[in-house]
Design a protein around this ligand. Structure first.
Ligand SMILES: [Zn+2]
Ligand SMILES: [Zn+2]
Length: 141
């Protein structure tokens, strides 16, 4: 059964704070080249809904692809979230969360783009790039 949890977090400098709700305290890691260029390593994210930000003036958003945007704190550079345009769901950076004790890494995506210099030991589900696109690509209309 899904257990909904409330989450709070902040960027490194504290200029941006947020709270939100996660249907389950699950973490996904993305190994794609964009996330690694953005984060230096895999991007660990928690899907949050009902997200409310404080210090929104300090958020800079960049359109990183046709379908998604990424946001960071313009004062300290902390990565804040990845979001599909027009989605209510924010893939919040797991590192921002104040309490990470209940989080569980459950999924690794773009596993076929992971560089060979690291491997996560956690037992998780994995998806290749092709599997991700097949699962999440909007149906042609
Ligand atoms: Zn900041
Ligand atoms: Zn990625």
């Amino acid at each position: 059964m899904a257990k909904e949890v409330s989450l709070t977090g902040r960027c490194l400098c504290g200029a941006v704070r947020f709270k939100g709700t996660a249907s389950e305290p699950k973490v996904a890691a993305c190994h794609c080249s964009m996330c690694r260029r953005w984060s230096s390593g895999p991007y660990f994210e928690v899907s949050c809904e009902d997200v409310a930000f404080e210090g929104e003036d300090n958020i800079t958003k960049i359109r990183s692809s046709e379908w998604a945007e990424r946001a960071f704190c313009k004062r300290c550079g902390s990565n804040l979230f990845y979001r599909l345009i027009d989605s209510d769901e924010f893939q919040v950076s797991a590192g921002l969360l104040d309490d990470q004790s209940g989080l569980k890494l459950s999924l690794q995506v773009f596993i076929d783009e992971k560089p060979p210099f690291y491997t996560l030991a956690n037992r998780t589900e994995t998806m290749t790039a092709a599997e991700v696109y097949a699962a999440f690509a909007p149906a042609p209309d």
